[in-house]
Write a protein that binds this ligand. Sequence first.
Ligand SMILES: Cc1ncc(COP(=O)(O)O)c(C=O)c1O
Length: 410
Amino acid sequence: MKLPIVRPVFDKDDLDLIQKPLETGWVVQGPYVKEFEEKIAGYVGARYAVAVNSCTSGQFIMSRIVDLKPGDEVIVPSFTWISTVNSIEFLGATAVFCDIGLRSFNIDVNQIRGKITPRTKAIYPVHLFGLPAPMPEILRIAKEHNLQVVEDCACALGARIEGAHCGSFGLAGILSFHPRKSITTGEGGMIVTNDDRTAAMAVSLRDHGAVKSDFSRHNERGSFLLSDYAHLGYNVRMTDIQGALGVAQFKKIGWILQKKQDLAKMYNERLAEIPWLAPPEAPPGYTHGYQTYCTLFKPEEALKAVSGKDQNAIERLHEERNEYMAHLEGVGIATRQGTHAVHVQRLYREKYKIHAMAYPVSYAADRLSLALPFFPTITPDEIDWLFEQLKKMRPKRASAGFFLTGRDHS
Ligand SMILES: Cc1ncc(COP(=O)(O)O)c(C=O)c1O
């Protein structure tokens, strides 16, 4: 038996619908992309949704719309996918890293004020793994200092605060439809916003800076004339084949997200028997979207290492976690580190010359997070097998390796 980290949910609906653009011949951004946009806008509760070919492309577009320039600073969590930071760096602006909370894996709101300078232009909160970042406090700080807020919603489908969907709080949010996400279009992303200008600029920038989209042009008289081009744009359009897949995937959104809630509840209960893996947490009023079920390895020791700024202890725990993950890989169970600490990636490590322990919590999360296989079509047998394997592994003692109980050492 093999248990992958994720298995995208594809069914006959998906297979049928992705053939439609091939039948009509309209395979570039067209009617299915438009329909998918309308569905996502409705779901998120935003006035506009603008599809692009990845969340990363949407982040690049949003950093252009925020008008980042050399000298500008953006506050961003140091534990996130690298594209959140790259979109800042690409425009010559500076990422100002902010550490995270060890249990939430999200930006530590108490540290944000101390990072603000006259050059700060924006805050880019990330709803990591599907847990909303503390938006009420972030919005309060942003308002006080007149900062833009762009939400990284890559993982945030189904993530809400008091019922309000993530992506509807700041100037815009950007979703991802990569296959690790709850619904997928292969690659794909979507900018959601309530702001007229942001939506209009995003529509133009994704399409070479055109004033009028191909789709509108072809559906109007005078289609023989090309658009005027007003902005320095990109070509990051979503294809209509992806749009059709998005529409088909969207039909399952309720079922997929509910199934993930049910699974998370079950995993949380079963993890009570495995005290060295801490389950994800959500504060009251916060709905975790559970794009990823990310645990923390040996939470008490991790916390101690972080509070003591003890890098050696983090490294020892890290080795232990990796042995553990390697063993699971050996038996056929895929796990992953949650995501990475951007400040220790070579690009930023060398450019910004920041020590790993400058953001100790992010560093510990990089080294000690552990995402389990988690997807709506996981079977009861697969779940039993996963937890049996986890239960067989017992950490020997503080900061040492683990040993296996029982006979299965495969
Ligand atoms: C937090 C976060 N931001 C951005 C991205 C980038 O998304 P995409 O792969 O659609 O470009 C990811 C992808 O996993 C992510 O996890």
